[in-house]
Design a protein around this ligand. Sequence first.
Ligand SMILES: Nc1ncnc2c1ncn2[C@@H]1O[C@H](COP(=O)(O)OP(=O)(O)OP(=O)(O)O)[C@@H](O)[C@H]1O
Ligand SMILES: [Mg+2]
Length: 226
Amino acid sequence: MLEFRNVTASIGIIEILRNLNFRVDAAETLALIGRNGAGKTTLLRTIMGFTKVSGEVLFEGKPLTPLVPAKRPGLGIGYSPEDRRLFSAFTVEENILLPADAARLGAVETQRRLDKVYDVLPELKEMADRPAGNVSGGQGKMVALARALMIGTKLVMLDEPFQGLAPALALRYADALRALRDADRSITLIITESNPALLRGFASRTLVIERGEVSDGSLSPERKQP
Ligand SMILES: Nc1ncnc2c1ncn2[C@@H]1O[C@H](COP(=O)(O)OP(=O)(O)OP(=O)(O)O)[C@@H](O)[C@H]1O
Ligand SMILES: [Mg+2]
């Protein structure tokens, strides 16, 4: 569903990602593992259209490169950046609804998606009316996940979601992702992490990124029993 063909991506005049060739199939949970500064965030931002690209990035067989960043979420791509970027004056629910508003989804479709998101993250329904500025850092990560799920009907990209989460919340977060996969068998997830142990047994495949280059990681056992 996603394919990189000889992709080099730059920020300004600095080449950050080099010669990337890989594909991600629908329904995969891909772990993208790399140290600090390896290029994980830049790779996700390249899919969102925030870098200068040579080569081709294909989404469902069509080139993404001609599409401006603002058009990409509308393809069903949700993105939760490493810094959560919630609007603290808005309520939790208003934050979750932002991408749906931006994509001009109708009221019925918006409600349908919101109900699905609350099925996976019921705790957010209880705090829907709280200002996002009043939730804890960990809860804020859940809100950022919910926001990505509102628009990411096909592909959801999570940048170091477990970073800084207390262990109990990290388990809860992983449970929510499992519930999401159970509810939607075709959804594709890309999750970045610097600590491979956190995604072991959860991802169906691992890619390793090192100094802007991607290579195949070892396969985790779950791949054999999806
Ligand atoms: N705006 C920018 N201008 C110039 N160089 C940048 C910019 N953003 C990132 N880089 C460089 O690109 C490389 C990859 O950075 P990136 O943020 O993608 O790594 P990362 O794997 O996400 O790291 P982290 O684990 O710290 O989040 C680094 O060498 C970084 O210094
Ligand atoms: Mg990063």
